[in-house]
Design a protein around this ligand. Sequence first.
Ligand SMILES: Nc1ncnc2c1ncn2[C@@H]1O[C@H](COP(=O)(O)OP(=O)(O)OP(=O)(O)O)[C@@H](O)[C@H]1O
Ligand SMILES: [Mg+2]
Length: 277
Amino acid sequence: MNHNHSTPVFELEHVSFSYNHQIALRDINLTVHAGERIAVLGANGSGKSTLLKILDGLYFPNQGRACAFGEPLTEEQLQDDERAFAFRRRVGLVFQDPDVQLFSPTVWEEVTFAPLHLQLPRAEVVERAEWALELLGIGKLRDRAPHRLSGGEKKKVALASVLSLRPDVWLLDEPTASLDPRSQSRLLDFIGELGRAGKTIITATHDLDIVEEIADRVVMFCEEHAITGEGAPKELLSDYERLVECNLAHEHRHKHADTEHVHHHLHAAPHEHEHPG
Ligand SMILES: Nc1ncnc2c1ncn2[C@@H]1O[C@H](COP(=O)(O)OP(=O)(O)OP(=O)(O)O)[C@@H](O)[C@H]1O
Ligand SMILES: [Mg+2]
């Protein structure tokens, strides 16, 4: 794909961000082009969710510059209602913690909120909401209160509410976490379809097993909140030393009879061994 002549979807230059005094992002440089599928990897607390929130215009850099669609992504820009509306319909974030995202009294209202807000015709609102509920298999939850659902059910409702928005740019924060296998597999198929439809998809995940399926490029955070590596999934995932260094894989030391040796593990792999005796 030739990206050279298109305006990038996002451009971050030397972006740093702290929550009060807690540093979360350190000197981040990142350009995302339309149609790219990116996986953001990193240990707990490395800055993945914060990065997605910056890209979603929820927080703004303390230092450096963020642009979206060729325009500055700043608080001032988003105070303009028309600009904010245009931005919000193009970019959708599924939060890691659905409790932060869900606010409606019923699942149906949650899932129809975005298309109603876009002032789509009633029939299309219903069609989009039904489609989103169906894809995630949560049609029977439609009259339930989102805050009284199980963790995985909440995550599905949060996903469905962004599905019904159908943005061009998808920011997915641990989308498969707490989903059962069938829902995970449907979601992965759907992310595949989005990619083929040319959507831009940025996924923060701990699930190394899904990275090759959902991304063409990996951005890897170190525990110091900086980007330490970028590249093709195959390349980065086969670099054990770097995975261990970034706390994405760990060395597991234990004894087999008389010999001691070290196993490498991906976080995603099951941690079971045969222990003789
Ligand atoms: N609301 C907050 N107030 C203060 N510090 C915060 C807040 N949210 C995150 N942090 C801190 O910012 C840093 C980055 O957090 P972030 O949530 O971006 O990490 P993450 O990579 O998404 O981690 P995880 O894998 O656990 O989801 C961490 O040190 C974290 O403790
Ligand atoms: Mg996170």
